[in-house]
Design a protein. Structure first.
Length: 550
């Protein structure tokens, strides 16, 4: 296969894995990795008429590429061979349907052969889905033939229990937490909640590495691969970056790079970064000001009388139960905001008034403190948080897709857990933090001194230090900064984290970033230990000694 052909194969494949029957072909499912590419073609048989066609391709272990071509109702995979010669792509089928296509920039042009009327039509195809790579296991069949790119998988661990047979349905606000609705809802929260859009502008490109490095993690006696991790964890999207270079990008359960995944509590870290920008701009004068200084509606409440510094570090001392039982304070806060059972705004947090510890003395994770910060931020900046996010971070950092934020009845963003975005943009956000707030074009979007303060612990805040804030078990000895988790050890590394497996892990020194969205069945899952182990395995596999300071 010549060099141009090697480049061309990814261009004729794309992911639309929501289609049924991907492996009902002449080649057994265990012998092939299937992709479906959606193309729009205009045929000369009906000038101006747009006809949708699908290209199905796969690679068998012997390296032969096989597939089929047809309309949505006549896809016939498995009875054809795709031959790549020079810049020409030939799809030759025994059933008669086929095409002879030539690449012309971002289009494929050529002739479409339709068996049902034995006619040949001139046709131009324009790709409408982002090109994809072969899933894991197929790449060795064509060693070195295809450059790295996103990998799409129609299933995942325990796919049946996640609603695979029903194409991963979207649930309702009352049942989205049930396993059968987790996949569908976690990538479509805008269908069941009220949201505000966070516009993007022009994407700053992330380039793909020439090859995915071999990644191993876990103890020496039981080393596992990245594929082992994907096979055992309910990941909907996983991205590994080194600088602006993508080392790996995987999607499972039929999700794609167009899906917007909920961040859950990773939203807390985003809120903290926006507070930092507001401080830099003089909209917030001091972290030692109380919340009610900026949001008078908070006056008379315990959280309103708490300083912004203590809210940022979850150290208000105000009682708040966050156990995700459906009856705890965090669940009620979700009902008051996302489900809009209360007027929203300050009213969602002023009910928490029992201060059981002096402020600034004890770390206690409480989503109400982030929501209070959101109320303060909205009042201080004089605009919706989503607008501020778009103007100050999302657009200038080069996000590729519009994001959105869940809002309450008053229009206040659900700051503690309502942000949603595509996976690569979560990666871009992690990279922005790895660069201490500097965009790819050199602009300082978030003050560097703020990010460093947010990801380290002051000597006087010993209660926030790794091994102290959360202890040495259960939460892996993590510390806490400004709404951001701190990894133990001499190297400055930190983590944005949300329930059910959402995470962005950052090593600023090497600019290595891991972004993951997932659908763990339990909000707090012991499998988080596997994610932590994977992170350290990634660093080790890439030659980084995490036990040493940068």
């Amino acid at each position: 296969m010549d060099r141009l052909s090697k480049r061309l194969l990814p261009l004729i494949t794309a992911a639309a894995l929501c289609l049924v029957g991907l492996t009902t072909s002449g080649v057994a499912a265990d012998d092939s990795s299937w992709l479906v590419g959606e193309w729009i073609g205009t045929a000369n048989s009906a000038p101006g008429e747009t006809v949708r066609h699908f290209l199905v391709t796969g690679v068998r272990p012997d390296g032969q590429v096989a597939g089929g071509f047809g309309t949505p109702r006549t896809v016939q995979p498995g009875n054809s061979t795709i031959r790549l010669t020079g810049d020409r792509v030939e799809v030759l089928t025994r059933t008669g349907n086929g095409a002879r296509l030539v690449r012309a920039g971002d289009r494929l042009v050529g002739q479409l052969i339709i068996a049902r009327d034995d006619k040949t039509y001139d046709v131009t195809f324009t790709k409408s889905k982002f090109p994809s790579l072969l899933p894991p296991g197929a790449a060795p069949a064509l060693p070195g033939a295809i450059s790295i790119g996103p990998v799409f998988r129609p299933d995942g661990p325990e796919a049946a229990s996640y609603g695979a047979a029903q194409n991963y349905p979207v649930g309702t606000i009352g049942n989205f937490y049930q396993p059968a609705y987790l996949v569908g809802t976690h990538s479509n929260f805008d269908q069941i909640t009220t949201v505000r859009r966070v516009p993007a502008r022009q994407a700053i490109t992330l380039r793909y590495a020439a090859a995915t490095p071999a990644i191993r993690y876990g103890p020496n006696y039981a080393r596992k691969t990245l594929q082992d991790y994907l096979n055992s964890n309910p990941v909907t999207g996983l991205l590994i970056l080194r600088g602006d270079e993508i080392l790996a990008e995987h999607y499972q359960y039929g999700r794609t790079d167009k899906d917007r995944f909920i961040a859950w509590s990773m939203s807390k870290s985003i809120t903290a970064m926006l507070v930092g920008i507001a401080v830099k701009e003089g909209r917030i004068r001091s972290l030692d000001d109380t919340a009610e200084t900026y949001a008078p509606a908070l006056k008379g409440s315990a959280l309103g009388a708490t300083t912004l510094r203590h809210l940022l570090t979850m150290s208000s001392g105000v009682a708040f139960i966050e156990t995700y039982t459906g009856k705890d304070d965090a669940s009620n806060l979700f009902l008051d905001t996302a489900v809009q059972l209360s007027p929203g705004g300050a009213a969602a947090v002023t009910k928490y008034n029992n201060r059981i510890h002096p402020p600034g003395t004890k770390f206690h994770y409480a989503s109400a403190e982030t929501q209070t910060l959101g109320v303060v931020l909205t009042a201080a900046i004089g605009m919706p948080i989503s607008t501020f996010m778009s103007e100050r971070i999302w657009r200038p950092m080069g996000a590729e897709a519009e994001a959105y934020w869940i809002i309450d009845k008053s229009g206040q963003e659900m700051s503690f857990g309502g942000f949603n975005a595509v996976l690569r943009d979560f990666g871009r956000l992690g990279l922005l933090l790895a660069r201490d707030g500097k965009s790819p074009d050199g602009r300082q979007l978030i003050p560097a001194e703020w990010i460093k303060a947010a990801t380290t612990v002051r000597p006087e805040d010993r209660h926030l230090a790794p091994g102290v804030a959360t202890g040495n078990s259960g939460s892996f000895g993590l510390g806490y900064g400004y709404q951001t988790w701190l990894l133990p050890g001499p190297r400055r590394m930190f983590r944005l984290s949300g329930v059910r497996g959402q995470t962005i892990m950052v090593d600023p020194a090497s600019q290595i970033v891991l972004a993951q969205n997932a659908v763990r069945k339990q909000e707090l899952d012991a499998a988080n230990a596997d994610t932590i182990a994977l992170w350290y395995g990634i660093l080790e596999s890439l030659g980084i000694d995490a036990s040493k300071a940068e």
